[in-house]
Design a protein around this ligand. Structure first.
Ligand SMILES: Cc1ncc(C[n+]2csc(CCOP(=O)(O)OP(=O)(O)O)c2C)c(N)n1
Ligand SMILES: *[C@@H]1O[C@H](CO)[C@@H](O)[C@H](O)[C@H]1NC(C)=O
Ligand SMILES: *[C@@H]1O[C@H](CO)[C@@H](O)[C@H](O)[C@H]1NC(C)=O
Ligand SMILES: *[C@@H]1O[C@H](CO)[C@@H](O)[C@H](O)[C@H]1NC(C)=O
Ligand SMILES: [Mg+2]
Length: 954
């Protein structure tokens, strides 16, 4: 017996172990069964020092409780079907007293059950009583921890938080509801269920991913919102997958039913731009009065792609931005709710990435309520094949979030759990998970036959009484409502649906703009069109440049010691400013700084962006003497400037890019940039790029001005780090390669308006400066992808004069040759088009060969949308020249496949555009430095070999 008792303290955790050392509990009438009587000691009863044995007795008493708190959820009755164990294991922990025979584990006998014990002060099960019989203790613990609610929280490191949860659930009678509350709950269940029924009746063959089997999700979400509104929340941002989404739009967000029904009617013609999306992906924004709290509440559901969980970081980013614009630094006004499927929550890595953002200062939203629709199936896959963790929710344990499992067929338990979850979020400002253990009444969608794969489960499901009926029967039996009242409630909602359906029939056109998740009031005109179709010049007055240069090269705080290496860099910046030039880092400073001056918030996020991967940026200065004392000079430019945020992110691309995209979604008046550590790392965020950045506007109308900075390029650093895969971005660009464009007056802007995104590889700091500023000066928003350099950061020729940045100057999509060749274009034998840093190699090679008069070199700064107009001008200026495209990437990569048909189109197929660059290859670059240089030399040779293409046909 001794040995078993010795084990116990290790089960109790640090807090209980401390209690053990100073027992506050006294054993009242407990028979000691130890073979040895305790050493003659005054014991705690006597108030003296407690003996080891007494501590053991205390453990013996305290332990049944600890075990319930820690392991009760394993035996809780969570599955409404009664067939699966929510933790995938039917094992009953041997130390958990659930039945009388388990008493033996503690060397207790049945007769002990009626002994009275003094309750420790840490428990709440006694309510106002301080002693209970062991029988009653066990009963109460079971009813708290082992019935329809399974609580996982004892892993939380904070004792106060654990006690808070114990109080919420252990206190006797917490789950009692007033009849008013019960009637509201019933009415909400009626809406939830009858909405799905209505859709099923009217459109029996349409996919809608119904909520049947988890109808309780509607009252669950509404409870979370009500409770949060009561605690001061004014804006809730929701992200959720397909299941039950239409129901949420109708009954939680309260979108007009007729708008939803319209989406089912294929006869409607669309009235807006964009290809649209299926109805169960669209977003929504709605402001209304919360009927329970009588306060204003804004609700938005963020549009999302099919890719499960991809929307999670996007919702968090949007939430963070809404908090930022409201000055809600504590997260007391704006919060997010994320709904998940069980299979996706466990399986998708972005869930983990999103959790890891939850407590980082620049990424936290001060707590999210997660709701898992745990229908114990993912499409056709059983949980046992879908995860290795006991619960689908275990991922949340990494951030110490409490996890409340609840049987979805017990609506009152669900409502209680949700209200505690909302209270937790708004008390501790941390994440919390509600796991609704439910079932899926139909197949994956309404067309699917689930009996193929889950025959027994579905036999049980067919026998299952719907939760609405069960709950209505209960309330009728207890006399809370009458059958007649219940039937009237149903009839009332059915009538609402029918009427809306009638109205929806009259609609002829469908406005996707009703489905915007983030309205930008005032940015567009009333028809949702840009207020103009021109872009002002992007240069700024010289004194602004000089002022920013001054701040960028100084330390605005007193008594602040910076690293000597950094002093050198700052002196370099001062020097450049005096000489009226800017390098890459300084030009970026000036772009950001000038926008901040104009009231535009700038946020730069990504791994190590504060310093910059290549140690060129240094936006955050660190005091070398004082730990963690930092200074961001960019925030000391002007007293009334907009705030600048620069933040090193976690080591994530998918999560962080999604987050910044969501941040950019909230307002058009911010420049939001995400920088990859090296450009090619963007591919781990490919889902956000494909599903949101490239296609978001076409699917959901919402513009987005996010900027992706993808640094490095072909610098001989091996297969990785060399190419950010421009070919992929270009392939997804939607400008037509074969249509000869109409050159209107504002061709540049209208082309930008029509495109899905902008792709640029700048060759000068000024070009980078202008393209960043144009991003905000445009009367609409488009994502911008910039391939940013490494070698040009310090290249002596890659500097720009202030003359190229002052008022009146603008972004140049194409920088034409301006040397000797341009002065006598008729003599020019070859015109090389290129982009980015290879320009400098070409110029050097040309001058080495003395070919300045024969060969012209023109740079494309913006590659997509393709500058047809300027390319045409350039080509026509050199009528006798051979046209060459030169790139550093391999032939099957880079820009060639994109530019080649566009050159053909604009030249009317009269002149070929020859390829100069590396041969096709599988890997983006070689790992061998020598091979890199040899292949560079080889293509430079071809570029200036004026006979290279003689006699070749195209
Ligand atoms: C990233 C991703 N992979 C695969 C799919 C295809 N798919 C759609 S629903 C689904 C099952 C989802 O199961 P669960 O998350 O449990 O949600 P439920 O449908 O059960 O509500 C799958 C695999 C998807 N939509 N997204
Ligand atoms: C919200 O998060 C911020 C940033 O980490 C933190 O400073 C603040 O204290 C948090 N607020 C609350 C109420 O926890
Ligand atoms: C951010 O990363 C840079 C390295 O690029 C580092 O110098 C800086 O200290 C980091 N900032 C913080 C706050 O950790
Ligand atoms: C930009 O394009 C040029 C030309 O191919 C290339 O040398 C450079 O590496 C590219 N830059 C980046 C960052 O990919
Ligand atoms: Mg599921």
């Amino acid at each position: 017996m001794m040995s078993r008792l010795r084990l116990l303290p290790s089960l109790l955790g640090a807090q209980a172990a401390r209690l053990l050392a100073t027992p506050r509990v006294q054993v009242s009438s407990c028979r000691r069964r130890s073979s040895e009587p305790p050493a003659a000691s005054p014991g705690s009863r006597g108030g003296g020092v407690s003996s080891y044995m007494e501590e053991m007795y205390f453990a013996w008493l305290e332990d049944p409780q600890s075990v319930h708190k820690i392991r009760g959820h394993h035996v809780a009755q969570l599955d409404p079907l009664g067939i699966l164990d929510a933790d995938l294991d039917s094992f009953v922990p041997s130390d958990l007293i659930t039945t009388i025979d388990k008493l033996a584990f503690y060397d207790l006998r049945e007769s002990d059950l009626d002994k009275e014990f003094q309750l420790p002060t840490t428990t709440f099960i006694g309510g106002s009583e301080s002693t209970l019989s062991l029988r009653e203790i066990i009963r109460r613990l079971e009813s708290t921890y082992c019935q329809h609610v399974g609580l996982e929280f004892m892993f939380i490191n904070d004792a106060e938080q654990c006690q808070w949860i114990r109080q919420k659930f252990e206190t006797p009678g917490v789950m009692r509801f007033s009849s008013e509350e019960k009637r509201t709950l019933l009415a909400r269940l009626v809406r939830s269920m009858r909405f799905e029924d209505f859709l099923a009746r009217k459109w029996s063959s349409e996919k809608r991913f119904g909520l049947e089997g988890c109808e309780v999700m509607i009252p669950a979400l509404k409870t979370i919102i009500d409770k949060s509104s009561e605690m001061g929340i004014e804006n809730v941002i929701l992200g959720m997958p397909h299941r039950g989404r239409l129901n949420v739009l109708a009954n939680v967000i309260r979108k007009d039913l007729e708008q939803i029904f319209c989406q089912f009617d294929p006869k409607l013609e669309a009235a807006d731009e964009g290809s649209g999306d299926v109805k169960y992906h669209l977003g929504m924004y709605h402001e209304r009065i919360n009927r329970v709290t009588n306060r204003n509440i804004a609700l938005s559901l963020v549009a999302n792609p099919s890719h499960l969980e991809a929307v999670d970081p996007v919702v968090q980013g949007k939430t963070k931005a809404e908090q930022f614009y409201r000055g809600d630094a504590q997260g007391r006004k704006v919060m997010s709710i994320l709904v998940h499927g069980d299979a996706a929550f466990a399986g998708q890595g972005v869930v983990y990435e999103t959790f890891h953002l939850s407590d980082l200062p620049s990424y936290t939203t001060n707590g999210t309520v997660h709701v898992v629709v745990n229908n114990q199936i993912g499409f056709t896959t059983d949980p046992r094949m879908a995860r290795s963790s006991p619960y689908p929710t275990d991922v949340a344990r990494v951030v110490n979030a409490p996890i409340f499992h609840v049987n979805a067929d017990d609506p009152e338990a669900v409502i209680y759990v949700c209200s505690v979850a909302a209270e937790w979020r708004n008390t501790f400002n941390k994440d919390v998970v509600v796991d609704l253990v439910c079932y899926r009444r139909r197949g994956h969608n309404e067309m699917d036959e689930p009996m193929f794969t889950q025959p027994l489960m579905y036999k049980q499901i067919h026998r299952q009484v719907p939760v609405l009926k069960k709950y209505a029967d209960k309330l009728i039996a207890e006399g809370t409502v009458t059958l007649q009242e219940f039937e009237e409630e149903i009839a009332k909602y059915d009538r609402i649906c029918e009427e809306a359906y009638g109205r929806s029939k009259d609609k002829k056109i469908l406005h996707i703009k009703h489905w915007l998740d983030s309205p930008w009031p005032g940015f567009f005109n009333v028809d949702g069109e840009p207020k103009s179709m021109t872009c002002p010049a992007t240069g700024v007055p010289e004194d602004v440049l000089t002022h920013i240069g001054g701040v960028a090269s100084s330390v605005p705080l007193e008594d602040f010691t910076i690293h000597t290496g950094l002093s050198r860099i700052l002196r370099g910046r001062a020097d450049m400013t005096r000489k009226r030039t800017a390098d890459w880092a300084l030009a970026e400073y000036m772009a950001f700084g000038s926008l901040l001056k104009e009231g535009i918030h700038v946020r730069l996020s990504g791994q190590d962006v504060e310093r910059g991967t290549f140690s060129h940026r240094h936006h955050v200065l660190h005091d070398q003497e004082v730990d963690r004392r930092t200074c961001v000079p960019m925030n000391h430019l002007w007293p009334d400037q907009a705030p600048y945020t620069v933040c090193n992110s976690s080591l994530s691309e998918y999560g962080v890019l999604g987050f910044e995209l969501g941040y950019a979604m909230a307002s058009p008046n911010a420049l939001v940039l995400w920088e990859a550590q090296f450009g090619d790392f963007h591919n781990t965020a490919q889902c956000i790029i494909d599903q949101f950045v490239s296609t978001g506007q076409a699917k959901w109308v919402r513009h987005n001005g996010i900027v992706l900075l993808l640094p490095h390029g072909m610098e001989g650093m091996g297969p990785e780090h060399s190419s950010a895969r421009p070919e992929r971005f270009l392939q997804m660009s939607n400008d037509d390669s074969d249509a000869y464009p109409v050159f209107s007056k504002d061709f540049e802007v209208s082309q930008l308006y029509d495109c899905n995104w902008i792709v640029a590889n700048c060759s000068t700091p000024a070009s980078y400066f202008h393209v960043l500023r144009r991003q905000i000066l445009l009367p609409f928003r488009k994502p911008l992808i910039i391939f940013t350099p490494k070698s040009l950061l310090r290249h002596p020729d890659a500097k720009s004069s202030f003359d190229q940045m002052v008022s009146g100057t603008s972004f140049q999509r194409v920088i034409p040759e301006d040397g000797a060749a341009a002065r006598a274009p008729g003599q020019v034998r070859r015109l090389i088009f290129c982009t980015g840093k290879v320009y400098y190699d070409l110029v050097k090679e040309r001058s080495g060969r003395g070919l300045e008069e024969q060969v012209a070199i023109t740079r494309l700064e913006q590659i997509s949308p393709f500058p047809f107009d300027l390319i045409k001008q350039e080509a026509e200026r050199y009528p006798g020249a051979e046209l060459v495209w030169c790139q550093e990437e391999h032939k099957n990569m880079g820009y060639y496949d994109y530019i080649s048909p566009r050159f053909m189109t604009i030249l009317g197929r009269t002149r070929p555009i020859w390829y100069v660059g590396r041969d096709p290859a599988a890997a983006p670059a070689t790992g061998n430095r020598n091979t890199h240089l040899v292949s560079l030399k080889k293509f430079l040779d071809t570029a200036f070999n004026l006979q290279a293409f003689e006699g070749k046909t195209f």
